[in-house]
Unconditional design. Structure first.
Lengths: 341, 341
């Protein structure tokens, strides 16, 4: 295999503001050789995650800041091409964090086998990966959303929000979503069956739009974006409302000192609000339950999964940049290669 | 008694920015006559509460906005002067919400008898009233501060903060207080036995001062002030840190749209922070335990109570304005009259 080339996309420039294609560099290297107890993996799908942005400015977030010249280590679904490890065989499909490259070496640590019985293998890093698990654990285990509650979800047509909203609906909540653009809003109402959708791109006053869409006020806000929408949500929260901070896409591109943040902290007293930050990796005890329950829902057509698949590894950087312009619609993935038999 | 005069201090102008003496008006009225099932009360002590500010701008807070021309209905310790109610006798000492006036009519609703066995009667609206109960319930019941944790307290020489910090110390925490001025800081270290004090008036960089005073980071922030100090606390919180929002004195005088608020909401994800707003009136099931436990601590000199008593009802407005300039040092009270036998 020494004539084969491994394309790798590196993080090559500290980001200021919106990510740019030029912040990445595509290099070509010879295929690496796995050592004793190692595997050579061929990536089939890799992910496009808004959460990656927060560590591309040189600051630590819930994972340490990335240093320049590293490969973008997003989630991946891969096939074992060479195995020098007793636990894996050539042809096995595994999920891990091998990111934006054609091939990677693994020692088996952090890998999980993809259960193709649950659905298409790309789902392993979508609904059965961090986005879906975040939605399930957030709505069912941390927020404990009850039937009849009003649940507000931002980035509602996205990878996490679309699943979170549907899980809240399955539990009997009244679900209001916020997304950008007519198409996403119409789709979310029709296919995800959300009760109301707010198109933040066409609304001049999010606060009033929220007031109208949530006539009883908001019991639960599942926040993927932060910024002005978080502030409007706080203004519309009911007494004892709960806010789960899952993502802050609107704030990642802004230096901390310039961030909009949350203006009216006094409202937390008046309304007895509770706000909590959340990383699903802390709650792995719920993962099996989440995967099995969501697989059942998908089979029963109670849960609809939409993926936004970009063709070709070389297009990963521009797909990542597009995330912050609201161009994704569903779980963002790059299709790198097909599995061989 | 028809020749007697009742002085009453009314809220007479909507406040913008810092409260001013001229926002209040002192009027004189004839003594009111209690009807059937009513009492005439003579106020002995009335309170000076920073929390009142938030409803003097025409906005609702955790109590509805006050309307102009109403008497300032702060907490009060009073003596029954005339009783036409079977449950009360002339001479009884009661606590209620009769505020800035010499005399008030009560139908007995919302009154509680003052147990003079617990301490001086002024304590009924101090350590055994809302400030002390807020401190006790906050530290012991909601934050559940554990031994060895680092607890940061703002407005640490004030009515709530001084009690909260001492209760955290009794529970074995490492307590760092923030207060304004050398005298308050020295007193809090010496008398309240706080481990470290930060004088926010002399520190040019609160963030660095916190880093130095809390070398392990902050586990619990008991927030009475909000604003820049809240932001510095968030920057110094440890993983899974808890923030209890009890007061926002630094923000009450600022229109919501101009408030500093909380800038770095992303830190809530990275550090899995939890922030909760709190009004002690929701937790009356703990009041008896709190009063009895604190009375024991006071007897054993484990808990030191300091009151800042201003002489004369007519001085209540300027004492209130002084609160926001940091002039209070301990529980703010106005001494209106002495009990008669």
């Amino acid at each position: 295999m020494s004539d084969k080339i491994n394309r790798r996309i590196l993080f090559s420039r500290l980001m200021v503001g919106n990510p740019k294609k030029e912040d990445f560099e595509l290099i070509e290297e010879p295929l690496p050789e796995p050592g004793e107890m190692q595997l050579l993996l061929r990536n089939l799908y890799v992910s496009i995650d808004p959460g990656s942005r927060d560590r591309l400015s040189g600051r630590d977030s819930y994972v340490p800041a990335k240093t320049l010249g590293e490969v973008m280590d997003t989630q991946s679904v891969s096939q074992v091409v060479v195995s020098r490890h007793p636990d894996y065989q050539v042809g096995d499909i595994v999920a891990g964090y091998h990111g934006w490259q054609d091939y990677a070496i693994s020692n088996g640590k952090g890998l999980s086998r993809v259960d193709s019985g649950l659905g298409p293998i790309s789902n392993a890093i979508g609904v059965f990966g961090l986005p879906g698990l975040t939605a399930y654990v957030g709505i069912r285990k941390l927020l404990k959303v009850a039937s009849g509650e009003t649940v507000l979800i931002s980035s509602a047509a996205g990878a996490v929000g679309s699943i979170a909203g549907q899980i809240a609906k399955i539990g009997g909540a009244y679900v209001v979503g916020i997304a950008g653009g007519e198409e996403k809003c119409a789709f979310s109402k029709k296919v995800y069956c959300f009760d109301e959708m707010i198109d933040y791109k066409s609304e001049s006053n999010i606060n009033e739009a929220l007031e109208k869409a949530c006539p009883k006020g908001v019991d639960v806000y599942f926040d993927n974006v932060g910024g002005e929408i978080l502030n409007a949500a706080v203004a519309n929260m009911r007494r004892s409302g709960r806010i789960l901070i899952c993502g802050q896409v609107a704030e990642y591109n802004i230096e901390p000192a310039q961030r909009i943040g949350l203006r009216d902290v006094s409202a937390f007293i008046g309304k007895r609000l509770n706000m909590r930050g959340f990383v699903v990796l802390d709650h792995s005890e719920f993962f099996d339950e989440a995967k099995n329950t969501m697989a059942d829902w998908i089979k029963n057509k109670q849960l609809i999964v939409r993926e936004h698949i970009v063709e070709g590894l070389e297009n990963a950087p521009q797909a990542f940049c597009g995330l912050f312009r609201g161009e994704n619609f569903g779980r963002g993935l790059v299709h790198v290669a097909d599995p061989s038999q």
